[in-house]
Write a protein that binds this ligand. Structure first.
Ligand code: MN
Length: 715
């Protein structure tokens, strides 16, 4: 039996400010109240409340809880009243004792009238202060530890069943793993003695055969981690007979098939170290598929956080490993009580720092809404980072929401620039895939690949974005410069002049450009027209008709101009020339466009970035500056072409066409250009009003789950 001074010392050890007078008074009061009452095993009855108080000191509970434990059976079993307790110990302790007493009463009345779930709810509703429940659970734990002394087998069975159905789940729900495990195992011994005995015997056999296998695995795990620069505490244990038995039942396995009877814990300093440890473990031992669980980014509703994984460990044994920080470990072992000793004397539900407990209490109130709670918890806890690995096991930490492209750039800029795809956990996935904790990412590269402007939409890290943007700008500028130079050369040639370096040098002064290259880029991007450049260098060219104009018979030009007013929505055309829209790039109103004179066909309109324009780069005289006439009065439709990648699964194509139809796009052609086991690449021609309309459809497609990539087709 715990002595009076021992109990006080235990409390003082974790709470130096504890009121020892109250503790002493509680001890003496309960001892006197229970007097000569005896337990079933012949011990003085007082040993029971004392042991319950002792269990709670293990959870470092506050003085009021410890005194409540000492007094918890006095009202029911002795002549003491609630008023007496309030008089001697004050309102708070009286309220707590009253709560535990009421719980004991409903327990006696309930029998089988209520379903376990209802009874659990009832217990929770009655435990308005979470400390009431903690005392009740400690009470039940001690009763289970001494269950074997009760003679009546039916009573033993009833108590064991109640423990299994009601109290063990309650302990789990408030995160007290250790207590839950012990309650279950004690109940299991009563409810299925033979089952437990056979497992215990089997464990003993393995233990004898294994010759201290657990200590060996512990030291090897510790060495593996420290060789990789991570100092961690490693603990190991056999799983409890009940958890082994349940696993055998659940998975329909016999003992020989069930090898993972050992569980190891790795305790590290920080969350990042948890993932680092995981990377080392996965890089050092063969991983058992399907066993990895990340309860750090998605904690259990009871606040439990850890990484779980299964590997073939150092001794080629299947082992389970749990990785967590010290804080997580405290919560895992003590649950709600872990947070208790930080805040003595107040209500547990006060204070912003105890938000998760408040949430917990909410869910306790309405048992069954664990799923909803989980969603909220996900948003609140550790939602800001994601931890991934290279194939070699190096840890890459990224902001949550990061994609494969972010990962590639985080590994190395060159890898980012040339990435073409990625295997995530061994499976080919699109570049835009958002990474999850624990993903192992193998980036595939090709020297021919360069960053694409569309990547900017898929990345969230600054490094990746800056790199892509810089690359795209440089390339865009080069293209504009090339285009601008062609336009200038053509314009000058039309006036029988030459766009020489000397002319260029003169023009850059007039337009305040740093170089001829810059000037050309300005023209190419449409910020300057070739004509103004020409006129600034050769003022005499002003108003002089161009070569084309001089070639065109006036009358015909006039006639065409009239016809033109009715239909063609393009500015800058030579009147009378036939136009058509290029089938490669499908220009739409809103696009920057250029006209190319094609023998026998008139003018073909391309988007300015169309790849097919390369063919005409040597014949700049065929290029014409054109633009769209904005004409809202006469709306008409144009055909845009999009390049879509969808998952190869039932319903994908249906989704695609539905989304386009909902966006008021009319599909005129659809062509599957590539088909793999996982994806379809499809070209879709859609009639739209303008580029804005097409972009709206593209956006809707991007939001469609079965669509993995969608782009406007270019050339
Ligand atoms: Mn009791």
């Amino acid at each position: 039996m715990i002595r009076q001074f021992e109990l006080v010392e235990r409390v003082k050890a974790y709470d130096p400010s504890a009121d020892e007078h109250v503790l002493n008074r509680g001890y003496v009061f309960a001892m006197r109240a229970h007097g000569t009452q005896k337990r079933a095993n012949g011990d003085p009855y007082f040993s029971h409340p004392l042991e319950v108080a002792g269990i709670l000191t293990g959870y470092r509970l506050d003085t009021a809880s410890i005194v409540t434990a000492l007094l918890h059976d006095t009202i029911e079993d002795t002549g003491i009243t609630l008023d007496d307790i309030e008089l001697f110990f004050g309102e708070e302790i009286a309220r707590l004792v009253d709560g535990v007493t009421k719980l004991n009463r409903i327990e006696l009345q309930s029998e089988r009238a209520k379903q376990a779930e209802n009874f659990r709810k009832l217990v929770l509703a009655m435990s308005q202060d979470i400390r009431v429940l903690l005392v009740k659970l400690a009470d039940r734990l001690h009763n289970m530890r001494t269950l074997c002394f009760i003679d009546n087998p039916e009573k033993r069975q009833r108590i064991a069943k109640e423990t299994m159905e009601i109290y063990a789940p309650l302990a789990e729900r408030i995160g007290m793993q250790e207590m839950k495990g012990e309650l279950e195992d004690l109940a299991f011994a009563e409810l299925n003695e033979h089952g437990r005995d056979s497992i215990v015997a089997r464990l003993k056999f393995l233990r004898d055969k294994g010759e201290e296998i657990i200590p060996r695995i512990i030291s090897q795990l510790r060495d593996t981690l420290s060789n990789n620069g991570l100092n961690a505490e490693v603990y190991g244990r056999e799983k409890s007979p009940y958890s082994i038995w349940r696993k055998m039942q659940h998975n329909n396995l016999n003992f020989e098939q069930l090898c993972d009877i050992m569980a190891f814990r790795v305790i590290v300093d920080t969350v990042e170290d948890c993932y680092r440890a995981l990377g080392i473990v996965h890089g050092s031992y063969p991983v058992i598929p399907g066993r990895f669980k990340d309860y750090i980014s998605v904690p259990k509703p009871n606040g439990y956080r850890s990484l779980h994984t299964g590997v073939f460990g150092p001794e080629r044994q299947r082992i389970e490993i749990q990785i967590r920080t010290r804080d997580m470990h405290e919560v895992a072992e003590f649950g709600v009580a872990a947070h208790w000793h930080y805040k003595q004397g107040g209500s547990l539900t006060d204070g912003r720092q105890y938000q998760w407990i408040r949430h917990l209490l909410d869910i306790l109130d309405q048992a069954g809404s664990a799923g909803d709670f989980l969603d909220n918890a996900k948003l609140q806890m550790f939602a800001d980072e994601v931890f991934c690995f290279t194939p070699k096991g190096d840890l890459i930490t990224l902001p949550a929401g990061a994609t494969t492209i972010d990962f590639a750039y985080a590994v190395h800029s060159e890898i980012g620039d040339h990435c073409v795809g990625a295997k995530i956990n061994g499976k080919m996935m699109p570049l835009r895939t958002v990474l999850a904790n624990g993903d192992q990412v193998e980036v595939l590269t090709s020297p021919a690949q360069t960053p694409s402007p569309t990547w900017e939409r898929f990345v969230i890290t600054g490094k990746a974005r800056a790199r892509i943007r810089r690359f795209v700008r440089t390339r865009e500028r080069e293209q504009y410069a090339q285009l601008g130079r062609s336009i200038l050369e053509k314009t000058f040639r039309e006036h029988a002049l030459q766009f020489s370096e000397k002319a260029g040098e003169e023009a850059i002064k007039a337009f305040k450009q740093a170089s001829v290259e810059d000037l050309c880029a300005q023209v190419g991007a449409g910020h300057l027209t070739a004509r103004t450049v020409l006129e600034s260098v050769y003022p005499s060219t002003k108003k002089r008709p161009s070569l084309y104009e001089r070639m065109m018979p006036r009358a015909r030009a006039k006639r065409a101009s009239k016809a033109d007013e009715g239909g063609v929505p393009i500015n800058g055309l030579i009147p009378g020339m036939a136009i058509h829209y290029a089938g490669c790039c499908h220009p739409l109103p809103g696009d920057r466009i250029v006209g190319v004179v094609t023998t026998g066909k008139g003018v073909t309109i391309h988007t300015i970035d169309c790849d097919s324009l390369d063919v005409y780069s040597d014949s700049p005289e065929r290029w014409i500056d054109v633009s769209w006439k904005v004409d809202a009065e006469s709306p008409s439709t144009y055909t845009g072409r999009i390049d879509v990648t969808v998952l190869n699964e039932p319903g994908s194509l249906g989704n695609l066409t539905t989304v386009i139809a909902r966006g008021e796009g009319n599909i005129t052609n659809l062509k599957i250009v590539n088909r793999t086991a996982q994806f379809f690449d499809i070209l879709v021609d859609v009639e739209v009003r303008d580029v804005k309309h097409l972009n709206e459809i593209l956006a809707a497609l991007r939001a469609t789950p079965s669509v993995t990539a969608v782009e406007r087709a270019r050339g």
